[in-house]
Design a protein around this ligand. Structure first.
Ligand code: ATP
Length: 529
């Protein structure tokens, strides 16, 4: 037995090739779903974040029936990709344009590369990218794979053609070992739920069985795009400080550095923080010792008077769009939505939005249908381990008037943040961060109160209607008896009195019951009641 270990290091590409499940590629069905997701999310980030109304095409074909190899193409009308970055964007793990403080669907610089790695593990065709940046006179075509050991792209083909029609956007085609039957419902769900929060987008989807679904654009109103922001002092650590300092002029003095490079720090605040950290405000950043950096980090965390992190980096969906979509998709009786005020956790700003739909054509079920979203991405898998599910499950829906074993209830929650605390790189569930959990709870309670009002109003109306219908049965009889009494045996008078009395009695009862819509009842025929 040897007591010696052999040490080596591996590249990030090798790491994710060895552990594909960490990025959501645990089996052919999940891999197929995840690949569609990564491509669609990149397509949306390339459009709505840049105020382009998205037109997105997703086409899945079977490429080799026997081996179950599928061809997945996603095409967008986004900003396109400059040709010199295409190889790295698709062929170098942890290469991204999204490592900035701004809300985007992408975060890790991994998604599409994880799909390429999985793709090349079970079949030989490279990924094909066709792209043209906005205003470009050429359309660029690339075919590439990833050199797993070196974590760099291997380019098989690079060419370009003239861009006659001013096309801008990107089309990416991947071949991969998949399982359509087992991923079908999730992929359909994913596209539909993506559309629910992006009704300003249009989606064309063709599945490998040849079925086509088209989701039309419902509105041209596109939510305000997120802006890039500076870091907030509550979010710093020693490494972040060192990293920022290494990219600055060495002669920069620490006070100016704090004021100019962070949000929520003015001259006076900087002065106070530096006093707390016992650092000379005029000291050059390049000469700060490790000990001083550590004291500074602590002071920044402890200082209580910073303004909260700016929400400019966030882009909400908005309550009107949420309501519009829930109405259109579920055709409910009640719909309500709200966007909460910005809050922060660990220096990261976040906003929670909630939408509730109830009744109408919603399919009743023993549990509410929970639609979870993070930075506009629908989360489909791992529902039960998500903080949103936990909060919805803890709500006592009976308190809000939702009763019965089968309830027609949809609860949608959207969390947007510059840093969504996902539980894994596959981005399927959100961790339990106390501040976020609270916001979700308050958001749901607020909309649910309107639902309670609606339900109790509806109940009252139903009860009133029942009572009215009961009175309607007696009115003709009472009117007839009274009219005979008033008419002293004259038949013509009796008929006249009866008619007048009926109208009068109807009015008295309706007034007493505070009925608004009388026309409905006038149409009832007593014999039918
Ligand atoms: N359709 C597209 N249009 C424009 N740029 C794209 C497109 N697809 C990919 N990119 C660029 O390639 C980069 C890498 O994409 P990738 O999916 O690997 O990671 P990401 O989206 O940055 O993060 P994540 O791993 O969280 O998805 C993106 O940051 C983006 O700049």
């Amino acid at each position: 037995m040897s007591l010696k270990e052999k040490f080596t290091s591996i590249s990030p590409a090798e790491f994710f090739k060895r552990n594909p499940e960490l990025a959501g590629f645990s089996n052919p069905a999940r891999a197929m779903y995840q690949s569609v997701r990564e491509l669609v999310e990149n397509a949306l980030d390339a459009t709505d974040v840049h105020e382009i109304l998205p037109s997105i095409k997703v086409i899945i074909d079977i490429d080799n029936q026997e081996k179950q190899i599928y061809k997945i193409t996603v095409e967008d009308n986004g900003i396109g990709i400059p040709p010199h970055v295409v190889p790295d964007a698709f062929g170098r793990v942890l290469y991204s344009s999204k490592y900035v403080l701004r809300q985007t669907r992408g975060m890790y610089g991994l998604g599409v590369k994880a799909a390429v790695l999985y793709s090349q593990m079970y079949q030989e065709k490279p990924i094909e990218i066709v792209t043209s940046p906005v205003g470009s006179k050429r359309i660029y075509v690339f075919k590439l794979k990833i050199d797993v050991t070196k974590n760099e792209p291997i380019i098989y083909e690079r060419s370009s053609i003239s861009n006659e029609k001013n096309f801008h956007g990107t089309s990416a085609t991947l071949y991969l070992l998949g399982d359509w039957q087992r991923s079908k419902s999730r992929i359909y769900d994913y596209i539909k739920r993506t559309y629910i929060v992006a009704p300003y987008a249009e989606f064309y989807f063709k599945d490998p069985e040849g079925n086509v679904v088209f989701y039309p654009r419902l509105t041209n109103k596109i939510p305000k795009p997120p802006e890039e922001v500076k870091p907030h002092p509550y979010g710093v650590d020693i490494e972040l400080l060192k990293n920022m300092i290494s990219r600055m002029k060495p002669t920069y003095v620490i006070k100016d550095f704090l004021v100019n490079q962070f949000q929520s720090v003015g001259e006076i605040t900087a002065q106070k923080v530096l006093e707390m950290a016992k650092i000379d405000p005029n000291k050059k950043i390049s000469s700060l010792t490790d000990d001083e950096l550590s004291r500074l980090t602590e002071a920044m965390k402890k200082f209580e008077d910073f303004r909260p992190p700016s929400a400019d980096a966030l882009s909400v969906i908005g309550s009107d769009l949420i309501e519009l979509s829930l109405k259109k998709i579920f055709n409910p009786e009640f719909v309500g939505a709200l966007t909460r005020k910005p809050k922060a956790y660990q220096g990261h700003p976040f906003i929670v939005e909630v939408g509730i739909a109830y009744g109408g054509q919603i399919q009743p079920s023993s549990e509410p249908l929970v639609l979870r979203y993070a930075n506009k991405i629908p989360l489909i898998y791992d529902e039960k381990s998500d903080v949103i599910w936990k909060v919805v499950e803890e709500v006592d829906w009976k308190r809000y008037g939702v009763e019965g074993d089968q309830i027609p209830l949809v609860v949608m929650v959207h969390l947007c943040s510059t840093k969504v605390p996902y539980k894994s790189a596959g981005k399927e569930s959100i961790a339990e961060v106390e501040e976020i959990e609270k916001e979700i709870k308050y958001g749901i309670m607020e909309v649910a109160r309107n639902l309670r009002l609606f339900i109790s109003q509806k109940k009252k109306e139903e009860e009133t209607k029942k009572r009215m219908l009961t009175y309607l049965k007696y009115i003709p009889e009472v009117a007839r008896s009274l009219s005979v009494f008033l008419a002293d045996g004259k038949k013509a008078d009796a008929d006249k009195h009866s008619q007048e009395l009926k109208t009068k009695l109807f009015e008295i009862v309706a007034k007493k019951l505070d009925l608004k819509d009388l026309e409905e009842y006038k149409l009832y025929k007593v014999e039918e009641l």
